[in-house]
Design a protein around this ligand. Structure first.
Ligand SMILES: [Zn+2]
Ligand SMILES: [Zn+2]
Length: 389
């Protein structure tokens, strides 16, 4: 079953919303215009309820089916925020705000979910309630967490939740998903080493934090190679080393920053625990002190088995069996949909954006050709999960 005809009729209108959002990108929680547009459109579709200000600037639309015997509630989520990037697409609808752009396709995600909401509010051919969720601050601000903390799941009685991201490089008309860890936990750390500074010609009179930092940078890699189960995945990258001001002075302190990416909560805990043990002890071995500040970021996006099967089934109905990869390699990037799929069982799917520039690149653009597919995915999901009798 390809695209729903009625949705194909909306294609141009939805493309118009998408390009309007694209021209007016907003960052993190500061998505007032975008949220305003979403609110205005949801109201114009005649949805049953529109709630704003959830998770600061998040918007939720409630759409009830013709029947409400089942009591079932499904959550569909899109993200609204852009990135601090100077756009180079040269498109007529390119960003009107220098230094901000929709380089992750959240304009497309929002437009597709709006298109689905329009169709669902018009047809209501299901038994239960569809909740359309528009979140702010996906790009590092944990807007998904803010909405969950504001009671998103309980307030609307959401039982399962689904998310979608466009994927450059994946051909148009293809979907990709996997059960279990799909996108990584993104944690950050800072290590501060306190040695004793002094003359570079008399290292014996001090404690050199640079030599200790260098040992640490190497030793920490053994957490991945020697402590994590070889079948599991982890990345530890030290991305900054700051120390010293002069050629002939041993500095008193050194600071190492970096990130840890994992696909399993157990591995994540292991990395945090072993870093906590290794950092101070390694420093102690050299007569110095070191402090680890491990800052947990987005959790792992874990696709629940039943929801993954269901999402793949819907994708297959739209795209055809051979166009849905159900064992796609996980991505070590993060996604704050994780907070929603931690709160309720859920599944996150990638949809092909075709041969476009990569996400977060200045030349990236969402592919409007895929709009009807994304809308159909959402609609079929609701009509199948909440079937009308
Ligand atoms: Zn992004
Ligand atoms: Zn994104």
């Amino acid at each position: 079953m390809p695209v729903i005809n009625r949705i194909a009729e909306f294609h141009e209108e939805i493309t118009g919303w998408r390009r309007d959002l694209h021209a007016h990108p907003e960052l993190l929680y500061d998505v007032h215009r975008t949220a305003g547009k979403v609110e205005e459109l949801l109201k114009s579709f005649g949805v049953d309820e529109v709630v704003t200000g959830l998770g600061r600037t998040g918007v939720v639309g409630v759409i009830k089916g013709h029947q409400s015997n089942s009591g079932k509630v499904i959550g569909l989520r899109a993200d609204m925020d852009a990135l601090p990037i100077v756009e180079t697409t040269g498109k007529p609808y390119a960003s009107k705000t220098e230094g901000k752009m929709h380089a992750c396709g959240h304009d497309g995600h929002t437009a597709m979910l709006l298109g689905a909401a329009k169709y669902l509010a018009e047809t209501r051919n299901f038994d239960g309630t569809a909740i359309v969720i528009f979140q702010p601050a996906e790009e590092g601000g944990a807007g998904g967490k803010a909405m969950v903390d504001d009671g998103l799941m309980d307030r609307f009685g959401i039982e399962q939740v689904f998310g979608m991201h466009n994927m450059p490089g994946l051909p148009v008309g293809q979907f990709a998903i996997r059960e279990g860890g799909m996108m990584a936990a993104t944690d950050e750390f800072t290590i501060k080493i306190e040695g004793v500074g002094g003359h570079a010609a008399a290292p014996n009179k001090g404690i050199d934090p640079i030599v200790i930092g260098a040992q640490m940078a190497v030793a920490l890699q053994t957490l991945v190679s020697r402590n994590v189960d070889p079948i599991e995945s982890a990345v530890l990258s030290i991305t900054q080393i700051h120390a010293g001001e002069a050629f002939n002075v041993i500095p008193a302190t050194a600071v190492l920053n970096g990130t840890v990416r994992t696909l399993d909560e157990g591995v994540r805990k292991l990395m945090e625990q072993r870093m906590g043990e290794m950092v101070p002890k390694l420093a102690e071995a050299f007569g110095a002190k070191a402090h680890l500040d491990f800052k947990r970021g987005y959790p792992v996006v874990v696709n629940a088995p039943a929801q993954t099967d269901f999402a793949a089934k819907i994708a297959r109905e739209i795209a055809g069996k051979e166009k849905v990869d159900t064992e796609v390699a996980p991505v070590m990037g993060g996604e704050d949909f994780a907070y929603m799929s931690n709160a309720r069982p859920g599944a996150f799917i990638f949809m092909g954006n075709g041969d476009s520039a990569n996400l977060h690149q200045a030349a990236y653009d969402f592919n409007d050709e895929i709009i009807p597919l994304g809308c159909t995915y959402w609609v079929k999901m609701v009509e199948t999960a909440l079937p009308a009798s």
